[in-house]
Design a protein around this ligand. Structure first.
Ligand code: SF4
Length: 494
């Protein structure tokens, strides 16, 4: 594959142009201080781009894990891709711990720094040397370098790294916690950067053909991390339209990016991939929002995908006629008679709420840490027409207040929300575990998602008796222990 790249930008980092004061303040200095330092260090363009792609508000930032985890995860899941972190050791420790906790079986590279290497710009040289040392084309297609908070605030210019070394692509990105609000959106930072790189390769000439993909049929690229069964289920639903699913994004291998970009339609099923969507638009591909979830959602999604791809109405109707009866039957088999609140930071909260409502649940509140984008507008409109309050960029406090006001039969949410829900005797389910461990789309999603929620809501009485049993335990001094001992005695006697 003959690829010509732009002439490399000068790689000499001039520390005199920077004002890296952040080593002393560290990442605990506060977002404003870090932001100010980063701008003085030449990162204004990067931060303005992040602010435009990932708008904040109504408050600054939802509470979630370190945003950089999203980018790290995307890199670690790709074959023949090395990932290097540049950041404070404590941040790197937390990020590597989390990535291994979530099953990454890859080494995470780390270029350490101290005050001196940060201030003198030696850190940039150290990163460049590390990348050069690793750039073995027999092992890697790409090396990803991620600037965390302190190196971003210090202006470490990863954009000056060579675009490729020995044929190994080098992708340098800034993913500071003070610029990227959630780890969900950090997935988009890296995915978008890779797509941009791949698009320029396609424009420059022939590129490698993806493995196990013939490309003879029109394709749909699903944008968003999905349960593995979902792309297969969507493929079955597309079949009457003569379409197939392209390799999804974030991708598992570099060459899959080419096939993803070469689709007929891009489907932003997770609506926060703003930078990635931009690359599809630049490649001239139409992008559709929402997802094939529940009865109405699947019908509307098949319709919008078919229309965007120029498929005749007859074939679109055939696709709907095949998929919808099975979804209807699955929802009828798992009716939910309960009030449920939904909150999370995955970006699929609105889709889950749609499914629950179609299964019969009352969902008064949906909170999502992600921002409002055009790609979730169909879901927002559908939910609002059903009287649902949707809180974008929801804070933990807003999610907790909704749960406490509504007192639902089931609260689906983040870990602290689930913890609080259990304290209050409200059956609660961790959103990430629920959606990442089962399908969401089409007939499979309708039966599995509504099935688990229906089962959980049946346990309300059990929760109430547990709260009653443990009342006072762990909240006071020795009296609480006495309460538990007394109750244990009663149980033993009774
Ligand atoms: S990189 Fe930034 S947001 Fe992430 S843990 Fe470190 S200080 Fe926090």
């Amino acid at each position: 594959m003959a690829i010509e790249f732009e002439p490399e930008a000068p790689t000499v980092f001039d520390p005199s142009a920077q004002t890296p004061k952040t080593d002393a303040a560290g990442c605990h200095a506060g977002a404003d201080v870090m932001n100010d330092a980063a701008r003085k260090a030449g990162k204004s363009e990067v931060l303005d781009g992040l602010a435009a792609d990932y708008p904040k508000g109504p408050h600054d930032q939802p509470q979630s894990m370190c945003p950089a985890f999203g980018s790290l995860r995307v890199g670690l899941r790709m074959r023949r891709t090395a990932t290097i972190l540049s950041g404070s050791a404590c941040c790197v420790y937390g990020l590597t711990f989390t990535s291994h906790f979530y099953g990454a079986r890859r080494t995470v590279g780390y270029v350490p720094f101290n005050s001196e290497t940060l201030v003198t710009g030696q850190l940039y040289e150290d990163i460049r040397n590390a990348v050069t040392e690793m750039a073995n084309p027999d092992e890697y297609d790409a090396i990803v370098v991620i600037n965390l908070c302190v190196p971003t605030a210090s202006g470490i210019p990863l954009d000056r790294l060579p675009a490729q070394i020995n044929g190994v692509r080098v992708i340098g990105i800034d993913v500071p916690g003070f610029g990227v609000p959630t780890h969900a959106e950090a997935k988009d930072v890296l995915t978008g950067a890779m797509l941009r790189y791949a698009r320029t390769e396609i424009e420059a000439g022939p590129v490698a053909r993806p493995r196990n993909f013939d490309g003879s049929k029109p394709t749909v690229t699903m944008i968003g991390e999905l349960f593995p069964v979902d792309p297969m289920g969507v493929g079955a639903m597309l079949e009457p339209m003569g379409m197939v699913v392209a390799p999804q994004l974030p991708s598992r291998e570099w060459r899959d990016l080419y096939a993803a970009l070469d689709c007929q339609v891009a489907a932003a099923v997770h609506p926060f991939y703003t930078a990635s969507v931009r690359e599809f638009e630049r490649a001239g591909r139409p992008v559709v929002g929402s997802a094939p979830v529940g009865l109405d959602g699947t019908a509307a999604w098949l319709e919008s995908v078919g229309k965007a791809a120029g498929i005749p109405d007859k074939k679109i109707d055939a696709a709907k006629a095949k998929a919808l009866p099975a979804i209807k039957a699955a929802l009828a088999d798992n009716p939910i008679k309960a009030t449920v609140t939904v909150s999370g930071y995955e970006g699929s909260e609105l889709l889950v709420a749609r499914l629950l409502i179609e299964a019969g649940a009352k969902v008064p509140y949906v909170g999502t840490a992600c921002p409002k984008t055009p790609w979730s507008d169909p879901d927002r409109e559908w939910l609002e027409a059903k009287g649902v309050h949707i809180q974008y960029r929801a804070s933990l406090e807003q999610d907790l207040a909704a749960m406490q006001d509504i007192r639902p039969d089931l609260a689906i949410g983040t870990t602290p929300l689930v913890q609080k829900g259990k304290e209050l005797g409200i059956p609660s389910l961790y959103f990430t575990n629920m959606v990442s461990a089962r399908p969401l789309f089409g007939p499979a999603g309708a039966s599995s998602m509504s099935g688990i929620v229906a089962a959980q809501t049946r346990g309300k009485d059990r929760f109430a008796s547990m709260v009653d049993f443990f009342e006072g335990v762990g909240t006071g001094g020795k009296n609480a222990g006495h309460n538990l001992a007394r109750r244990n005695t009663q149980v033993a006697e009774g």
